[in-house]
Design a protein around this ligand. Sequence first.
Ligand code: ZN
Length: 315
Amino acid sequence: MKFDTAYSLSLDDKLSIYDVRDLNFDETADFDSDQDSFLCPNDQCRAAFDASNALSTFNAKNVNYLRTPHFKNKTSTRHIDGCRYASTHKTASGESDDEREDNFPSEWVLARRQYVRKPPLAGTEGDIPKAPAKASSLRVTASPGNPDSTPDKTSVFAHPVECFVSNIDDKDKLKSMPLKIGEHTATYWTYFKKIEYLQDNKGLIYWGKIKAIKDYTSSFRIDFEKKVWLDKKPYSVNVYLSKKLIDNYRKRKAFLEQIKAAVDSERALYCFFYGVTPELQQVPSKKNPEQTFGVFSANIENLDHLIIREAPGLE
Ligand SMILES: [Zn+2]
């Protein structure tokens, strides 16, 4: 049983596993999922047990992952009768349902969610130590509504990307699930666009297999394998990540760890990004600076909206 959310004891709020990953890697956040306790998101069920009745996390801290991150029951985790998180159900085919993301958010919110800690309350809720007072200025500001329903929104790009990648063998599902980004709603299938077809439409999530990552020490260029055709000529496609962009990123360490591993990786890696559309530019040739050649290129503007990952089955 995968949980769509879990209740975080330290934040007194419900988080998806993607929220937890975002917080773990955020160097500006005072958060470590190993120090937190995650409890059943069903309010009634949670109220029936003390705070030691916790869930475990899977891939909460792994920078590079293949299998879908999730919360799950420990063998000792108990639920009240009728709690929908109680089942240890397997799919009809007998595979564990851990193998795909089946919670499809219907909206990807581009603004980052603010996770805010409540002031510690003395002597409540049993014996789990409360967060230190220094964190008490934090307060939840953007908690999703409907406390008992499955959350319908995410602000973490990795979540819709995981939906797409882990369900790539189920195109009917991807074609039926709606996704809203900004003012526009389309299906998951429509929103995820192969990089070679980027001229079809702007404002999509473009993705493609990475041919190479150029490491300029403090900046990077990601080259895609597939080319864009324009007037019967093929053009290379790349995205550029500037030093300033990386230096100012709140998840800088995790990002550098990931991209430096990707530079040297022998494995097939894919890049997903949103927010910019590569456009044809003329750049000087290295060998012959008098000459220019055309390339489709874009500067990434927000690293929260870029992902490099393995994605088996995408070819
Ligand atoms: Zn429960």
